[in-house]
Write a protein that binds this ligand. Structure first.
Ligand code: PLP
Length: 378
């Protein structure tokens, strides 16, 4: 048996070996600044534009529509604040009540500046419906931002349909696809989105790097003023090694998307079947359409925190919700938004399986849960 089982892939993922190897030259030998005019800067400049092309191809965007950032948090901050501040009429931003805090706190920041924000509630199954958006969208809406897939319960949102109704009211559409990209197909043309946030460490790339897709012609203010990097929209010397690593990881995951999805889905099915056979009563949150491997499981009357710590003592890493909330023992805002009964919400854990997990891991997780929930609590 493995000494350690990592089942918190929604918090972060293991770096792909090829991505790590692709990064090395840019850290050691080819350390030139891509903005300089001499020969030593030519290779990093070329690497930068090749990475941009690779990433654009993966999501069916144009290379000049990819803006490198430090990750999902920065991309979300930029999309919300950069859009609002570009609108002199201070029209309404609409988002959902169960977005990641990177998005929600950015919305609170623009509210403090006098920009109105409206919050959509998900259904009990964790879906933001077109009807819910239809009820509040109007011609005074400037931006709608709804995440592609929820990071706590994994539910995939009807982005194409939400985007269509948004555009019919002349507003812009942003999606936080941090949990989804590299794990399910993302095609910005098919979806029709104007902006999309991504973070490399969620798709087996390095930490501290991501990008914001901004469709050509979208009105948005620059994120950082300074040098001319990122078409004068996000100043600062580029992190070439991480950008190259991100492109390599995204390409590898997108090339193997179908087989990874099928493999992770089979692990997920076996975990659920194992739990059913062990006769542990549980509720799986979210409907049928969830990210492969992301399971939000509630055990009535149990304590999610205690389960997490007991699993940890058995060298198994899982989570109770979003990574950013791990120090906060209150019921998460996402579980509150789907109006999960409090005794179920308190007994909720998140298991997120990835391509590096095995059947052996799944058995060990089920056995550990059985021990904790049945044998230790008869
Ligand atoms: N958005 C979502 C949906 C996330 O799950 C996360 C991270 O957990 C973020 C944004 C923040 O991304 P990053 O860690 O790259 O700042």
């Amino acid at each position: 048996m493995k000494q350690f089982i990592y089942a918190d892939n929604a918090a972060t993922t293991k770096l792909n070996k090829a991505a790590f190897e692709a990064m090395i030259p840019w850290l050691l030998d080819e350390y030139g600044n891509a903005s300089q005019p001499y020969a030593f800067a030519r290779k990093p400049k070329k690497a930068l534009s090749e990475a941009r092309e690779i990433i654009a191809e993966c999501i069916k965007a144009l290379p000049e529509e990819i803006y490198f950032t430090s990750g999902g948090t920065e991309s979300d901050n930029w999309a919300i604040k950069g859009s609002a501040l570009a609108d002199p009429d201070k029209r309404v931003t609409i988002t959902s009540a169960f977005e990641h805090h990177a998005l929600l706190h950015s919305c609170e920041a623009i509210e403090r500046l006098g920009y109105p924000v409206a919050y959509l509630m998900p259904t009990a199954d964790g879906i933001i419906t077109v009807e819910a958006l239809g009820d509040i969208i109007s011609d005074t809406t400037y931006l709608v931002s709804v995440m592609y897939a929820n990071n706590e319960i994994g539910t995939i949102q009807p982005i194409k349909e939400l985007c269509e109704i948004t555009h019919s009211h002349g507003a812009l559409f942003h999606t936080d696809a941090v949990q989804a990209i590299g794990h399910v197909e993302i095609d910005v043309q098919k979806l029709g989105v104007d902006m999309l946030s991504a973070s490399a460490h969620k798709f087996n790339g390095p930490k501290g790097i991501g990008f914001l897709y901004i469709r050509n012609g979208t009105k948005i203010l620059p994120y950082a003023d300074g040098g001319a990097q990122e078409s004068k929209h996000r100043a600062g010397t580029e992190n070439i090694a991480s950008i190259v690593g991100m492109a390599s990881a995204l390409k590898e995951n997108c090339d193997k998307l179908e087989s990874n999805m099928a493999y992770i889905k089979s692990l997920e099915c076996n975990l659920l079947e194992g739990l059913r056979q062990s006769q542990i009563p549980f509720v799986r949150n979210g409907g049928a359409n969830t990210l492969p491997g992301l399971l939000s499981l509630s055990f009535n009357g149990a304590d999610g925190e205690a389960i997490l710590h007991r699993m940890d003592l058995m060298s198994i890493s899982i989570s109770t919700g979003s990574a950013c909330d791990s120090l906060n023992t209150e019921v998460s805002h996402a579980l509150k938004a789907i109006k999960l009964d409090e005794s179920l919400a308190k007994g909720t854990i998140r298991i997120s399986l990835g391509k590096n997990n095995t059947e052996e891991d799944v058995h060990a997780i089920v056995n550990a849960l059985e021990k904790i929930l049945v044998l230790l609590n008869p």
